[in-house]
Design a protein. Structure first.
Length: 212
């Protein structure tokens, strides 16, 4: 399954989420998840907001991550990778602090003075443009669950099978339209057009759908 772009993926994904539209809110993960979440929220006629988990980068290879952190400080670690990299508790604390500061900066940049969405007793649909290892999504799910929602639904256009399995242990439901059972996985490989998004594009999209 190949998508024209993130908006196309969101429109297709939305058709599989209509059963959750009652008392629902969509939380998109910036930046790439926002166009997907925008189309889902518009089709379901529900509010759109953001959740901003970020990977914890490996010092020797910042493009790779050994875990993730959510805005409330929830940390998820790939314990095997932490051990392999020889990261100490102090290393993790330092890196997590730096990443959390960037998360909070992005929240201020993207959300401004918008009030935090009320998640208690609601169907919370967390959307991204795809899963890689899935650790950032795990951090998002765990943070959302602290708000006592009715259900947490992870919704993505594509994912490796291993990450679907990881998230099925965390969320009430995982919806991934394309699941790759084996081989090297890349989210961008499922899109004809996969450009980087600017902060301005993120802010423009989230203001076009009513807040939660």
């Amino acid at each position: 399954m190949i998508y024209r772009d993130r908006r196309d993926a969101g429109r297709r994904l939305a058709e599989h989420l209509l059963i959750y539209r009652h008392n629902a809110v969509v939380l998109a993960i910036p930046r790439g998840g926002v166009p997907v979440g925008y189309e889902v929220a518009k089709r379901l006629e529900v509010p759109l907001d953001l959740i901003i988990p970020r990977k914890l980068p490996i010092p020797s290879d910042p493009e790779a991550g050994f875990g993730a952190i959510a805005p409330d400080g929830t940390i998820v670690l790939n314990e095997r990778l932490v051990a392999y990299c020889g990261l100490s508790a102090k290393d993790i604390e330092r890196i997590a602090g730096e990443v959390l500061a960037e998360v909070l900066r992005r929240i201020r940049e993207y959300r401004g003075d918008r009030p935090q969405p009320e998640l208690k007793h609601r169907n919370v649909i967390i959307v991204d443009d795809g899963l890689a290892s899935g650790y950032t999504m795990v951090a998002a799910v765990r943070a959302v669950k602290r708000e006592r929602p009715k259900r947490v639904i992870v919704a993505v256009p594509c994912s490796p099978e291993s990450s679907v399995g990881r998230l099925e242990k965390e969320a009430d439901e995982v919806v991934s339209l394309a699941v790759q059972p084996y081989g090297q996985f890349a989210v961008a490989g499922y899109y004809e057009s996969f450009p980087d998004l600017s902060d301005e594009e993120v802010k423009r999209l989230i203001t076009q759908v009513p807040a939660a």
